[in-house]
Ligand binder design. Structure first.
Ligand code: BDR
Ligand code: CA
Length: 316
Protein backbone atom coordinates (compact mmCIF):
# COMPACT_ATOMS: atom_id res chain seq x y z
CA UNK A 1 0.00 0.00 0.00
CA UNK A 2 1.34 3.44 -0.81
CA UNK A 3 2.03 5.66 2.19
CA UNK A 4 -0.60 8.07 3.44
CA UNK A 5 0.26 11.64 2.41
CA UNK A 6 0.17 14.08 5.30
CA UNK A 7 0.78 17.77 5.92
CA UNK A 8 1.72 18.55 9.53
CA UNK A 9 0.59 22.01 10.64
CA UNK A 10 2.81 22.80 13.58
CA UNK A 11 4.25 25.29 16.10
CA UNK A 12 7.45 23.48 17.07
CA UNK A 13 7.56 23.09 20.13
CA UNK A 14 9.15 20.10 21.88
CA UNK A 15 6.28 17.62 21.55
CA UNK A 16 5.74 18.88 17.99
CA UNK A 17 9.36 17.95 17.25
CA UNK A 18 8.73 14.46 18.62
CA UNK A 19 5.60 14.13 16.48
CA UNK A 20 7.38 15.31 13.32
CA UNK A 21 10.22 12.83 13.84
CA UNK A 22 7.71 10.04 14.61
CA UNK A 23 5.96 10.73 11.29
CA UNK A 24 9.23 11.00 9.36
CA UNK A 25 10.33 7.65 10.81
CA UNK A 26 7.14 5.84 9.81
CA UNK A 27 7.06 4.25 6.34
CA UNK A 28 3.23 4.24 6.38
CA UNK A 29 3.32 8.05 6.16
CA UNK A 30 4.68 10.45 3.56
CA UNK A 31 5.16 13.94 4.98
CA UNK A 32 4.63 16.23 1.99
CA UNK A 33 5.06 19.48 3.89
CA UNK A 34 5.29 21.24 7.23
CA UNK A 35 3.10 24.29 7.56
CA UNK A 36 3.79 26.51 10.53
CA UNK A 37 1.68 28.64 12.83
CA UNK A 38 2.10 30.76 15.97
CA UNK A 39 1.66 28.95 19.28
CA UNK A 40 4.52 27.47 21.27
CA UNK A 41 6.70 30.15 19.64
CA UNK A 42 6.02 33.10 17.32
CA UNK A 43 5.50 32.01 13.73
CA UNK A 44 8.89 33.20 12.41
CA UNK A 45 10.61 30.95 14.91
CA UNK A 46 8.14 28.14 14.22
CA UNK A 47 9.22 28.18 10.56
CA UNK A 48 12.91 28.33 11.53
CA UNK A 49 12.45 25.40 13.89
CA UNK A 50 10.62 23.37 11.25
CA UNK A 51 13.53 23.93 8.85
CA UNK A 52 16.05 23.00 11.53
CA UNK A 53 14.17 19.80 12.37
CA UNK A 54 14.12 18.75 8.73
CA UNK A 55 17.85 19.41 8.46
CA UNK A 56 18.48 17.24 11.52
CA UNK A 57 16.34 14.52 9.94
CA UNK A 58 18.18 14.83 6.62
CA UNK A 59 14.86 15.66 4.91
CA UNK A 60 15.45 19.08 3.38
CA UNK A 61 13.44 17.87 0.38
CA UNK A 62 10.26 18.54 2.41
CA UNK A 63 8.93 22.10 1.99
CA UNK A 64 8.16 24.38 4.94
CA UNK A 65 5.54 27.15 4.72
CA UNK A 66 5.09 30.03 7.14
CA UNK A 67 1.54 30.84 8.20
CA UNK A 68 -0.50 32.80 10.68
CA UNK A 69 1.22 35.02 13.23
CA UNK A 70 -2.00 35.72 15.12
CA UNK A 71 -5.40 34.17 15.70
CA UNK A 72 -8.39 35.02 13.52
CA UNK A 73 -9.57 37.67 15.96
CA UNK A 74 -6.64 39.05 17.88
CA UNK A 75 -2.93 39.56 18.43
CA UNK A 76 -1.04 36.67 19.93
CA UNK A 77 0.61 37.49 23.25
CA UNK A 78 3.65 35.80 24.70
CA UNK A 79 4.43 32.18 23.83
CA UNK A 80 4.73 29.72 26.75
CA UNK A 81 8.53 29.80 27.09
CA UNK A 82 8.23 28.05 30.45
CA UNK A 83 7.01 24.91 28.63
CA UNK A 84 9.08 24.78 25.44
CA UNK A 85 11.93 27.25 26.14
CA UNK A 86 12.59 30.66 24.56
CA UNK A 87 13.65 28.88 21.38
CA UNK A 88 10.82 26.35 21.42
CA UNK A 89 13.50 23.67 21.63
CA UNK A 90 14.23 23.47 25.34
CA UNK A 91 16.75 26.35 25.20
CA UNK A 92 19.39 24.35 23.33
CA UNK A 93 19.74 27.28 20.87
CA UNK A 94 20.36 25.56 17.57
CA UNK A 95 22.34 27.23 14.76
CA UNK A 96 20.23 28.90 12.05
CA UNK A 97 18.94 26.65 9.29
CA UNK A 98 20.38 26.95 5.80
CA UNK A 99 16.99 26.53 4.07
CA UNK A 100 14.10 28.97 3.76
CA UNK A 101 10.33 28.66 3.80
CA UNK A 102 8.55 28.49 0.44
CA UNK A 103 6.97 31.66 -0.94
CA UNK A 104 3.41 30.51 -0.20
CA UNK A 105 1.65 30.99 3.11
CA UNK A 106 0.68 27.88 5.06
CA UNK A 107 -2.95 28.28 3.96
CA UNK A 108 -1.98 28.65 0.29
CA UNK A 109 0.31 25.63 0.49
CA UNK A 110 -2.45 23.51 2.05
CA UNK A 111 -4.95 24.58 -0.65
CA UNK A 112 -2.56 23.89 -3.51
CA UNK A 113 -1.62 20.44 -2.24
CA UNK A 114 -5.18 19.36 -1.38
CA UNK A 115 -6.69 20.56 -4.66
CA UNK A 116 -3.89 18.91 -6.67
CA UNK A 117 -4.57 15.50 -5.09
CA UNK A 118 -8.29 15.25 -4.29
CA UNK A 119 -9.10 12.75 -1.54
CA UNK A 120 -5.45 11.94 -0.85
CA UNK A 121 -4.12 14.42 1.71
CA UNK A 122 -4.54 14.11 5.46
CA UNK A 123 -4.01 17.29 7.47
CA UNK A 124 -2.43 16.81 10.90
CA UNK A 125 -2.73 20.10 12.81
CA UNK A 126 -0.80 20.03 16.08
CA UNK A 127 -0.97 23.74 16.88
CA UNK A 128 -3.72 26.41 16.88
CA UNK A 129 -6.14 25.84 13.99
CA UNK A 130 -5.76 29.29 12.38
CA UNK A 131 -4.05 28.14 9.14
CA UNK A 132 -6.68 25.48 8.58
CA UNK A 133 -9.54 27.94 9.05
CA UNK A 134 -7.81 30.46 6.77
CA UNK A 135 -7.35 27.80 4.09
CA UNK A 136 -11.06 26.96 4.29
CA UNK A 137 -11.95 30.63 4.05
CA UNK A 138 -9.77 31.07 0.93
CA UNK A 139 -10.89 27.84 -0.74
CA UNK A 140 -13.99 26.22 0.78
CA UNK A 141 -13.73 23.30 -1.68
CA UNK A 142 -10.86 21.83 0.36
CA UNK A 143 -13.58 20.53 2.72
CA UNK A 144 -14.68 18.06 0.03
CA UNK A 145 -11.18 17.35 -1.26
CA UNK A 146 -9.14 16.61 1.85
CA UNK A 147 -8.93 12.98 2.93
CA UNK A 148 -9.30 13.73 6.63
CA UNK A 149 -8.12 15.95 9.48
CA UNK A 150 -6.50 14.34 12.51
CA UNK A 151 -5.81 17.12 14.99
CA UNK A 152 -4.26 17.40 18.43
CA UNK A 153 -6.44 19.69 20.44
CA UNK A 154 -9.43 20.03 22.69
CA UNK A 155 -10.82 18.31 25.75
CA UNK A 156 -14.16 16.54 25.60
CA UNK A 157 -14.72 15.00 29.03
CA UNK A 158 -11.64 16.16 30.97
CA UNK A 159 -10.40 19.56 32.22
CA UNK A 160 -8.27 21.88 30.13
CA UNK A 161 -4.54 22.48 30.46
CA UNK A 162 -4.19 26.12 29.35
CA UNK A 163 -7.14 27.10 31.55
CA UNK A 164 -9.40 24.95 33.73
CA UNK A 165 -11.76 24.91 30.74
CA UNK A 166 -9.58 24.83 27.64
CA UNK A 167 -6.74 22.97 25.95
CA UNK A 168 -3.90 25.20 24.66
CA UNK A 169 -4.23 24.75 20.87
CA UNK A 170 -7.96 25.44 20.92
CA UNK A 171 -7.60 28.24 23.48
CA UNK A 172 -5.15 30.03 21.17
CA UNK A 173 -7.81 30.35 18.43
CA UNK A 174 -11.29 29.21 19.47
CA UNK A 175 -12.98 30.90 16.49
CA UNK A 176 -10.77 28.97 14.07
CA UNK A 177 -11.40 25.71 15.93
CA UNK A 178 -15.17 26.19 15.77
CA UNK A 179 -14.89 26.63 11.99
CA UNK A 180 -12.76 23.48 11.63
CA UNK A 181 -15.10 21.32 13.75
CA UNK A 182 -18.09 22.56 11.76
CA UNK A 183 -16.81 22.36 8.18
CA UNK A 184 -18.27 18.96 7.37
CA UNK A 185 -15.01 17.21 6.54
CA UNK A 186 -13.88 14.08 8.40
CA UNK A 187 -12.27 15.32 11.63
CA UNK A 188 -10.71 13.22 14.38
CA UNK A 189 -10.08 15.07 17.63
CA UNK A 190 -7.08 13.70 19.53
CA UNK A 191 -7.42 15.79 22.67
CA UNK A 192 -6.47 15.77 26.31
CA UNK A 193 -8.90 12.89 26.96
CA UNK A 194 -6.22 10.65 25.45
CA UNK A 195 -3.01 12.68 25.36
CA UNK A 196 -2.91 13.03 29.14
CA UNK A 197 -2.74 9.22 29.25
CA UNK A 198 0.25 9.05 26.89
CA UNK A 199 3.51 9.78 28.68
CA UNK A 200 7.14 8.80 28.29
CA UNK A 201 9.13 8.00 31.43
CA UNK A 202 12.71 8.98 32.32
CA UNK A 203 13.79 5.41 31.59
CA UNK A 204 12.13 5.45 28.18
CA UNK A 205 13.72 8.81 27.37
CA UNK A 206 17.10 7.17 27.91
CA UNK A 207 16.43 5.16 24.75
CA UNK A 208 16.67 8.37 22.74
CA UNK A 209 20.01 9.23 24.31
CA UNK A 210 21.30 5.72 23.60
CA UNK A 211 20.28 5.77 19.94
CA UNK A 212 22.77 6.95 17.33
CA UNK A 213 20.02 8.44 15.13
CA UNK A 214 20.36 12.25 14.83
CA UNK A 215 16.60 12.59 15.38
CA UNK A 216 16.73 10.59 18.60
CA UNK A 217 19.81 12.52 19.75
CA UNK A 218 17.97 15.81 19.21
CA UNK A 219 14.96 14.60 21.20
CA UNK A 220 17.32 13.58 24.01
CA UNK A 221 18.73 17.14 24.05
CA UNK A 222 15.46 19.04 24.06
CA UNK A 223 13.26 16.94 26.33
CA UNK A 224 14.81 17.53 29.80
CA UNK A 225 13.30 21.05 29.84
CA UNK A 226 9.84 19.72 28.96
CA UNK A 227 10.14 16.80 31.38
CA UNK A 228 10.87 19.21 34.20
CA UNK A 229 7.73 21.21 33.30
CA UNK A 230 5.66 18.03 33.01
CA UNK A 231 6.63 16.86 36.47
CA UNK A 232 6.39 20.23 38.19
CA UNK A 233 3.19 21.53 36.61
CA UNK A 234 1.30 18.51 35.32
CA UNK A 235 2.27 16.42 38.31
CA UNK A 236 2.78 13.38 36.11
CA UNK A 237 5.85 11.18 36.36
CA UNK A 238 6.51 11.43 32.65
CA UNK A 239 6.47 13.65 29.62
CA UNK A 240 3.11 13.98 27.84
CA UNK A 241 3.48 13.37 24.12
CA UNK A 242 0.39 15.32 23.09
CA UNK A 243 1.28 15.89 19.45
CA UNK A 244 2.77 12.44 18.80
CA UNK A 245 -0.57 10.98 19.83
CA UNK A 246 -2.18 12.43 16.69
CA UNK A 247 0.50 10.71 14.59
CA UNK A 248 -0.09 7.51 16.56
CA UNK A 249 -3.79 7.67 15.64
CA UNK A 250 -2.85 7.49 11.95
CA UNK A 251 -0.66 4.46 12.53
CA UNK A 252 -2.67 2.57 15.17
CA UNK A 253 -6.30 3.70 15.01
CA UNK A 254 -7.42 0.54 16.79
CA UNK A 255 -5.47 1.61 19.89
CA UNK A 256 -8.09 4.36 20.36
CA UNK A 257 -11.68 4.33 21.57
CA UNK A 258 -13.74 6.99 19.83
CA UNK A 259 -17.20 8.54 20.01
CA UNK A 260 -19.07 10.31 17.26
CA UNK A 261 -20.33 13.65 18.52
CA UNK A 262 -20.85 17.14 17.09
CA UNK A 263 -18.45 19.58 18.75
CA UNK A 264 -18.84 23.31 19.39
CA UNK A 265 -16.15 25.60 20.78
CA UNK A 266 -16.96 28.19 23.43
CA UNK A 267 -15.63 31.59 22.34
CA UNK A 268 -16.77 33.71 25.30
CA UNK A 269 -15.75 34.40 28.87
CA UNK A 270 -13.87 32.21 31.30
CA UNK A 271 -14.59 29.03 29.32
CA UNK A 272 -13.20 30.45 26.06
CA UNK A 273 -11.63 27.59 24.11
CA UNK A 274 -13.60 24.78 25.76
CA UNK A 275 -14.63 22.11 23.25
CA UNK A 276 -18.18 20.99 23.95
CA UNK A 277 -19.33 17.70 22.45
CA UNK A 278 -23.05 17.01 22.44
CA UNK A 279 -22.72 13.75 24.35
CA UNK A 280 -26.47 13.08 24.46
CA UNK A 281 -28.53 13.52 21.30
CA UNK A 282 -31.55 14.52 23.36
CA UNK A 283 -29.86 17.60 24.82
CA UNK A 284 -32.31 20.33 23.94
CA UNK A 285 -29.85 23.20 23.43
CA UNK A 286 -29.63 24.26 19.80
CA UNK A 287 -25.88 25.01 19.66
CA UNK A 288 -25.18 21.77 17.80
CA UNK A 289 -28.01 22.00 15.27
CA UNK A 290 -26.79 21.20 11.75
CA UNK A 291 -23.30 20.48 13.01
CA UNK A 292 -21.46 17.44 11.62
CA UNK A 293 -20.21 14.64 13.85
CA UNK A 294 -16.56 14.66 14.88
CA UNK A 295 -14.66 11.46 15.68
CA UNK A 296 -13.63 12.22 19.26
CA UNK A 297 -10.94 10.07 20.92
CA UNK A 298 -11.94 9.23 24.48
CA UNK A 299 -9.55 6.42 25.45
CA UNK A 300 -6.21 5.01 24.37
CA UNK A 301 -4.00 1.97 24.75
CA UNK A 302 -1.01 4.21 25.39
CA UNK A 303 1.38 1.32 26.07
CA UNK A 304 0.98 0.42 22.40
CA UNK A 305 1.26 3.94 20.99
CA UNK A 306 4.31 4.81 23.10
CA UNK A 307 6.03 1.52 22.27
CA UNK A 308 5.52 2.22 18.57
CA UNK A 309 6.88 5.76 18.87
CA UNK A 310 9.99 4.58 20.71
CA UNK A 311 10.59 1.73 18.27
CA UNK A 312 10.37 4.13 15.32
CA UNK A 313 12.37 7.12 16.56
CA UNK A 314 14.79 5.45 18.98
CA UNK A 315 15.25 1.90 17.68
CA UNK A 316 17.53 -0.23 19.84
C1 BDR B 1 -0.63 21.29 22.87
O1 BDR B 1 -0.16 22.58 23.27
C2 BDR B 1 1.20 22.73 22.95
O2 BDR B 1 1.94 23.24 24.02
C3 BDR B 1 1.70 21.37 22.54
O3 BDR B 1 2.68 21.45 21.53
C4 BDR B 1 0.47 20.65 22.07
O4 BDR B 1 0.25 20.86 20.69
C5 BDR B 1 -1.04 20.51 24.11
O5 BDR B 1 -2.09 21.13 24.77
CA1 CA C 1 1.97 21.74 19.20
Amino acid sequence: MSPQKIIIDTDPGIDDSMAIFFALSSPELEVIGLTTVFGNVHVDLAAINALRLLEIAGRTDIPVAKGAANSLVGDYGDPPAFIHGDDGQGNVHLPPPTGKPVDQSSAQFIIEQVMAAPGEITLVPIGPLTNIALALRLEPRIAQNVKQIVLMGGNALVPGNSTPAAEANIKDDPEAADVVFGAGWPVTMVGLDVTTKASISDEQLQLYAQSSSPMAQHIARITPFYMEFSKRVNGVGGLLVHDSTAVAYLLLPDAFTTQSWPVRVETQGMSRGKTWPRVRPNHRATYWNDRPNVNVCVDIDSARTIALELSRVAPT
